[in-house]
Design a binder for this molecule. Structure first.
Ligand code: GLU
Length: 297
């Protein structure tokens, strides 16, 4: 059961929210380690949520492999692991609340139609609002979009300072439920962070551009906005973010401490050379005592 956000709101509740599209790799490990150190060094809780909303992208066995790897790495989470694919009713309820406010509309545009008639924004083509005025008679609705505006959405990132975005220009009205019925990441992450009472989100900077959309949804749904920190992202030699698509290698669980040392070095921390030879327990003891945000590049 997710903790109740109204009665037990802690001072610090962080989370790690991997998508089980493959094993943990050195890029996702950095997000896990950064969020864990930030939470634990502040006596906070640390939750794990498996973001498996999208069945075609889920790799069988990957969720268990990720959790097993976290255990080998000595990263203990609080409470039960939450799986997004069991939470459709909760996402549907949030959509219904937005629908009631008249903020949603059905959209039948194909990707190609949008690409053909759009300018490129922060995340691909900006949706030009084609279906805002309603669908032609006889067309069944498919995707659901939320109305956006250009009043700036602002937040202060703990590492990157003030971030400002105007959603209507940056993305346009964005999809909350896809044509195939799958709830969008932007909706699910907002609903779950609120339902789980997450106070601090620490994750990779590849999601920095998504945060204003998430804050906008929090405002529409009457949720509070957590504090955000976006960590540097590990890239390969070609400068691409490590992911399944770029064939990132899985974390080698036969050398857990070496992998952890590499992750904290990436985050600018300076572990002594001998730490690599120590146990997982000694690693965490050192890492928690010496974790310094100012050192993150
Ligand atoms: N599931 C997302 C990912 O693996 C992370 C979501 C988040 O931290 O908000 O990229």
């Amino acid at each position: 059961m997710a903790p109740d956000r109204n009665t037990t709101l802690p001072n610090y509740r962080g989370r790690f929210a991997p998508s089980p599209t493959g094993p943990l790799h050195s890029g996702s490990l950095v997000a896990a380690v950064g969020s864990y150190l930030e939470a634990r060094s502040r006596q906070g809780e640390w939750l794990v949520r498996i973001e498996n909303l999208d069945p075609p992208r889920e790799v069988a066995g990957a969720a268990k492999e990720i959790l097993d790897t976290l255990e080998v790495l000595g990263m203990e989470w609080d409470g039960e692991v939450v799986y997004q694919n069991r939470r459709n009713e909760i996402y549907q309820a949030a959509l219904a609340a937005l629908e009631q406010q008249g903020l949603l509309y059905p959209c039948i545009c194909s990707r190609k139609e949008i690409a053909d008639s759009s300018i490129i924004g922060i995340d691909g083509p900006v949706y030009p609002g084609t279906c805002r005025g309603g669908l032609p008679a006889g067309r069944n609705s498919t995707a659901l979009r939320v109305l956006t505006h250009d009043d700036p959405i602002e937040f202060k990132d703990a590492l990157r300072g003030l971030i400002r975005q105007q959603l209507a220009s940056a993305t346009g009205d964005f999809v909350l439920r896809r044509a195939d019925g799958i709830y969008a990441y932007q909706l699910a992450v907002v609903v779950d962070d609120a339902a789980q009472g997450v106070t601090h989100v620490v994750r990779g900077a590849d999601l920095l551009d998504s945060t204003p959309r998430q804050i906008y949804l929090q405002q529409l749904l009457g949720y509070s906005t957590p504090a955000y920190m976006h960590l540097p992202v590990v890239t390969n030699k070609q400068g691409e973010k490590l992911s399944k698509q770029t064939q990132a290698a899985a974390v080698d669980v036969s050398r857990p401490v070496a992998q952890l040392v590499e992750a904290v070095r990436f985050l600018g921390q300076t572990p002594p050379a001998e730490l690599a030879e120590s146990s997982v327990t000694s690693f965490w003891q050192w890492a928690l005592e010496n974790w310094q945000l100012q050192k993150i590049p």
